[in-house]
Design a protein around this ligand. Sequence first.
Ligand code: 6PG
Length: 239
Amino acid sequence: MRALILPDVEAISHKAAEIFLHLSKQYISSAKRFVVALSGGTTPKRFYELLGSEIFRDVIDWSHVHFFWVDERCVPKEHAESNYKLAFDLFLSKVPHNPSNIHRIKGEEGPERAASEYEKDMRGFFGTSGFPVFDLIMLGMGEDGHTASLFPAAESLKEKTRLAIPVYMSKPNSNRVTLTLPVLNNASHIVFLVAGKSKAHIVKEFLAGDKESKQFPAGLINLVKDNIQWLIDREAAGI
Ligand code: 6PG
């Protein structure tokens, strides 16, 4: 794992936006497209704002970027908790993207149906019956070590064949859909954005290469190639 500790959320967000720009150029020049999956949560907000700001808005070839989501709450797309809305409001609405390149998870259709439609969408887009290869997946990590909507000790961690699965939460109306581990682990690049002192205890285990950290969902992300970049702010790194 490659870990970069930077002063604050501003710094990790800039670094993430630079990586996004760099990879977009690389993939668009070689493959004429750049396929990304985005996360929700609070940490990526500044990263999204930067993508929509004049620094990055005009230097990324948005029309060739294809957007998928790592996970989604089962809410309508206008809902405050929608991960699609988060990205749309903060940058997609501000950049010249191609609307047909947006592949959102239709959470409003309910967990089962949204997951199976999303899987169908991915299979059609990537044209494969195996696991798709995303060029870049942006991930976050919760205080309990969850990533995407893959929570510690959940059955979802055992999924071996599906691309997207429903996730039933204990709170009513908070069910979700998530990409599965085999999909995350098949990506070409993953960037983790981790900030805040509430994450320090768990980041410490990761940085120490502690075996225990492998039990957390985020610790199960293990690309074959060493293409996982952790961007961690000082608070999360505990320094
Ligand atoms: C989501 C996620 C989730 C998130 C982590 C970290 O939609 O909530 O995709 O996995 O990345 O919970 O969230 P924070 O950035 O808010 O700490």
